[in-house]
Design a protein around this ligand. Structure first.
Ligand code: GAL
Length: 377
C-alpha cells in the first residue's frame, strides 16, 4: 500500500513543486519533458521501457521480472522486452518503446556500441536513459548507469585463485586455462582486467602455465579468448578442444578462470566428459549465482561464484527512477570510472561478494535469492 502511494507521492510532490515554482517565479510551469542538463524535469508520468538482452541466461529473467514487479507496484506503466541476444531486435524494441511514450528507458545492452542512433531518438523525445548493468558506449544520450563493481568481480576471482593455490607464497607451477566473456560486452573487459591484474604476474613468473597458449598478451587483448554471447555450449566446445589438443598426454588442468556461471557450466561439462570428478576437479570460478552453477559448487566441482544480488540492482534503479520523476538528481557513487567514449556517465556501483559451498545457505538460500530446491538442497 505504501509503495503504491510512493509514485503518487512523488508525482504529488513534483506537481506541487512545479506549481510552487511557477507561482514563485511567476513563469509558466515548465513542461515535464524539457530536460536541460542537470536534474531532469519533474514528471507526473511513470512510463518505463525495460530492455533486457536475452532470456537464455538466467539472471536477466530475474532482473527484468524483478524490476517490472517493483515499478508496477509503484504505479508505473512498464514495457519489458527481451531480445534473444540480437542487436537489431533490441534496437527495434527500443524504437517501439520510445514511439509508445516511454519517458524512462532502462537498457541492459547486448552490444553497447550499437545503440547511438536509437538513443538519439530517445534524447529527442526527452526520455531519460539508464544503462542497466552494462554500459552503453559512444552516445551522449545515456543519463545514468547502475551496475555492480565490474572490475572487482574479476579481482575477487583472481584473488580467490591466488589464495587457493598459494601463489603469493611462490607455489606452482600450475596448469591454468583462462576464459573471457562476450567480446561485445563492455563488462567482460572489466571482469578480465580485474582478474588479469592479479594473475598475470604469476603467468609471467611461470607459476601459472597455460598449456593451450591462450594467455592474452595484455588486458587489451582480452577479446582473443572471449566467448561470444556468453554461451555454455561454446564454452564447453572450447574447453573440450583445449583438453583434447593440449592435455592428451595425461597432463591435468589445475585451475580455470571462468568469468561467469554460464561459461562455468559448459566448462564443467567438458571436464566431466574428459573424466574429472569432484576429487580432482580443477579450481573453477564463476559469477552470478545461477542455479546450475551453485548446484555444481555444492557437488564439489565449481569452486566459487561472485554473487551479484540483482534485487539490489533493481532497488537501486527504482530509486533512480523515483528521483528522476521528482525532478531530482539520482544518487550516484562513481563519477569517474565509466567513460563511454563521449562522456563519463554518472554511475551507481553495487558491491559483489564471493560465495563458496560453505556459504551458499547463509548468503543465497537464507536471503531468499535461491530456494533450497533450486540447488538440490
Ligand atoms: C554480464 C553480466 C554478468 C553475466 C554476463 C552474461 O554483462 O554483468 O552478470 O551475466 O553478462 O549475461
Amino acid at each position: 500500500m505504501i509503495k503504491r502511494n510512493r509514485f503518487a507521492l512523488v508525482a504529488g510532490f513534483s506537481a506541487m513543486a512545479l506549481s510552487l515554482a511557477a507561482c514563485s517565479s511567476g513563469e509558466e510551469s515548465p513542461d515535464a519533458d524539457s530536460t536541460s542538463g542537470g536534474a531532469p524535469a519533474a514528471s507526473d508520468e511513470c512510463n518505463v521501457g525495460i530492455a533486457m538482452p536475452t532470456r537464455s541466461l538466467e539472471r536477466w529473467i530475474n532482473d527484468g521480472e524483478g524490476l517490472k514487479a517493483r515499478l508496477e507496484e509503484d504505479g508505473c506503466t512498464v514495457d519489458l522486452q527481451y531480445a534473444d541476444n540480437e542487436t537489431d531486435q533490441q534496437i527495434s524494441q527500443l524504437q517501439n518503446m520510445i514511439a509508445n511514450g516511454s519517458n524512462i528507458l532502462v537498457i541492459a545492452s547486448i552490444d553497447g556500441t550499437t545503440l547511438g542512433p536509437v538513443l538519439q531518438t530517445a534524447g529527442d523525445a526527452d526520455a531519460t536513459v539508464i544503462a542497466y548493468d552494462r554500459l552503453i558506449l559512444e552516445s551522449e544520450n545515456v543519463d545514468y548507469y547502475a551496475t555492480f563493481d565490474n572490475y572487482s568481480v574479476g579481482t575477487l576471482q583472481g584473488e580467490y585463485i591466488e589464495s587457493e593455490l598459494g601463489l603469493a607464497d611462490g607455489d606452482g607451477p600450475y596448469n591454468f586455462e583462462p576464459f573471457a566473456g562476450s567480446p561485445d560486452d563492455n563488462n567482460a573487459r572489466f571482469f578480465f582486467a580485474g582478474a588479469w591484474d592479479v594473475l598475470s604476474p604469476y603467468v609471467d613468473s611461470g607459476q601459472l602455465v597455460v598449456p593451450s597458449g591462450k594467455a592474452p598478451a595484455s588486458v587489451d587483448d582480452w577479446q582473443s579468448i572471449g566467448i561470444l554471447g556468453w554461451g555454455s555450449d561454446d564454452a564447453q566446445a572450447e574447453m573440450e578442444n583445449r583438453l583434447s589438443s593440449f592435455y592428451a598426454g595425461g597432463e591435468k588442468v589445475d585451475v580455470v578462470l571462468s568469468p561467469n556461471d554460464s561459461l562455468a557450466v559448459g566448462i564443467a561439462q567438458a571436464l566431466r566428459t574428459s573424466g574429472y570428478t569432484a576429487d580432482d576437479f580443477p579450481i573453477l570460478t564463476g559469477q552470478d549465482g545461477d542455479k546450475a552453477a551453485v548446484t555444481q559448487i555444492l557437488a564439489g566441482e565449481q569452486s566459487m561464484t561472485v554473487w551479484k544480488d540483482t534485487r539490489l540492482l533493481g532497488e537501486r534503479v527504482e530509486e533512480m527512477i523515483m528521483s528522476i520523476l521528482a525532478g531530482e538528481e539520482p544518487e550516484v557513487n562513481d563519477t569517474e570510472t565509466y567513460d563511454n567514449g563521449v562522456k563519463v556517465v554518472p554511475s551507481y556501483l553495487i558491491t559483489p561478494e564471493v560465495v563458496t559451498a560453505d556459504d551458499v545457505q547463509s548468503k543465497l538460500i537464507d536471503s531468499g535469492f535461491l530456494q533450497p530446491g533450486d540447488v538440490g538442497l
